[in-house]
Design a protein around this ligand. Structure first.
Ligand SMILES: *Cc1c(COP(=O)(O)O)cnc(C)c1O
Length: 445
């Protein structure tokens, strides 16, 4: 038995945030990126589209879709995807409750409502049975989130969508380049959108991408928020009456510095993800897969991966640790390392926010969410009880996001966990409440 650092013992490692800064630094910047962004500055064309269109071409080839459309944020790419499929007044969109708010919130601005479904307790992805149980005559679409880098069960979801004639949008913000049963995430639904902001595993600065094979969705996305490109895919007689104005009243153009960085990022994306994958798999090999109360979350389907391991989490069972909460456990592990490398909980369940039931956003004098739904529709009742989403925050912990495969340096993070596992009973007096979840699950730059 050795004394835990949190209780005054000797830590496993000292000065880790300084010593290992480069192990976590993100994004990884190379000289080609530095040059590319300076070239844009020097060119005097930061608000142009030539570089962004080149980025789209290369991204579409990498993604394997006909179209890729750059956006200034992932939030807006998702909004454009919702408009693209025709989500509108009186429609319901089913979305998992445990995700980042941008997966669904923009639906309200289109006159649509969000009905939340539960997540699977094992893989944390939207639960197909819970989706199907929430389908009504108003249901138009399913928002699939490949949450915390893990793929959602696309076979089950696409079968449901087909059976009920629903559109499918994929939010790939956590899993760019990831694979489900041998096929790239983002290529299953009608359209996919993703964040490329600097914390995500495909980082270009602020930015987002919409990808689709569907010509009409692509055209609608352009017409919503890309005023200067409407002429490129609509005939003059199609927009003559609107004088080529963007119907969404939005301007979603990507900054060309982001696009230039994106072109360079694309060249090293697969190699970076492979190294992160090797590093995280090494961490788990070192930790072992037979620890009571601690289990990794990893796809069980063949030819499926966790891609860039963005915000990856593992199962933590407080019962196996005499009731010690994930918050206390994480405090003890981090104390061994001298920095906040592990974190407790994931996103708080969105279905608890009154925004999706009561808020009068636009001053209609009625809740925005149910403005266009049949009289008497009770959105809270449609969502109903979501027991897994309600409880998951006390049962998961994020592991550190290693960017480099350096076994000797990764060892100490596994050792810190193992030390706390072994000595957890010493924490019993510190016992406090588990995580309630966060608005953004990471505070990464
Ligand atoms: C980050 C994120 C978004 C929003 O993307 P931004 O680029 O930050 O606007 C959407 N969905 C999920 C799941 C995200 O994590």
């Amino acid at each position: 038995m050795s004394k835990l650092a949190l209780l005054g013992g000797t830590p496993i490692a000292a000065n880790t945030p300084q010593v290992d800064a480069d192990l976590f630094h993100w994004p990884i910047v190379n000289d080609a990126m530095r040059k590319a962004q300076l070239d844009v500055l020097n060119d005097g064309n930061m608000s142009g589209t030539n570089i962004s269109i080149e980025f789209e071409k290369q991204f579409a080839a990498w993604q394997g879709t006909r179209h890729a459309l750059t956006h200034n944020t992932g939030t807006n790419a998702l909004w454009a995807a919702m408009y693209g499929i025709g989500l509108g007044p009186g429609d319901e969109m089913i979305c998992p409750s445990v995700t980042y708010w941008a997966s669904c919130t923009a639906a309200l601005t289109l006159g649509a409502a969000v009905v939340f479904c539960d997540i699977d307790p094992e893989n944390l992805q939207l639960d197909p049975a819970s989706v199907e149980a929430r389908i009504t005559p108003q249901t138009k679409a399913i928002m699939v989130v490949h949450y915390l880098a893990h793929p959602a069960d696309m076979d089950a979801i696409m079968a449901i969508a087909k059976r009920h004639g629903l559109k499918v949008i994929e939010d790939v913000s956590h899993a760019q380049g990831g694979t489900y049963k041998g096929r790239r995430l983002g290529n299953f639904g009608d359209v996919a959108a993703m964040s490329l902001m600097s914390g995500k595993s495909f980082a270009v600065g602020e930015g987002g991408m919409l990808v689709t094979d569907d010509e009409e969705i692509y055209r609608r996305a352009i017409r919503f928020g890309h005023y200067d490109r409407i002429g490129s895919c609509y005939k003059p007689e199609e927009y003559a009456d609107t004088l080529q104005l963007p119907v969404g009243g939005q301007k979603f153009r990507m900054h060309q510095v982001s696009a230039a960085i994106g072109i360079e990022q694309l060249k090293k994306q697969d190699a970076e993800r492979a190294e992160i994958d090797a590093a995280l798999k090494y961490f788990w090999k070192r930790l072992g897969h037979d620890l009571p109360g601690i289990r990794w979350i990893y796809p069980t389907w063949e030819n499926s991966d966790k891609s860039g391991w963005y915000a990856s989490a593992f199962h933590y069972d407080p019962e196996a640790f005499d009731g010690i909460s994930n918050v206390t456990f994480v405090k003890a592990v981090n104390a061994e390392l001298g920095g906040d490398f592990f974190s407790a909980g994931c996103n708080f369940p969105l279905h608890r926010s009154s925004l999706f039931y009561e808020t009068d956003i636009f001053g209609h004098g009625r809740p925005t969410a149910s403005l266009y739904l049949p009289e008497g529709t009770d959105l809270r009742a449609l969502t109903g009880s979501l027991p897994v989403s309600e409880g998951i925050n006390a049962k998961v912990i994020h592991e550190p996001w290693f960017k480099h495969m350096e076994p000797k340096r990764i060892d100490k993070y596994a050792d810190a966990v193992l030390k706390v596992v072994e000595n957890h009973k010493d924490l019993l007096d510190l016992h406090d409440a588990g995580s309630q979840g966060h608005i953004a699950h990471t505070k990464r730059k």
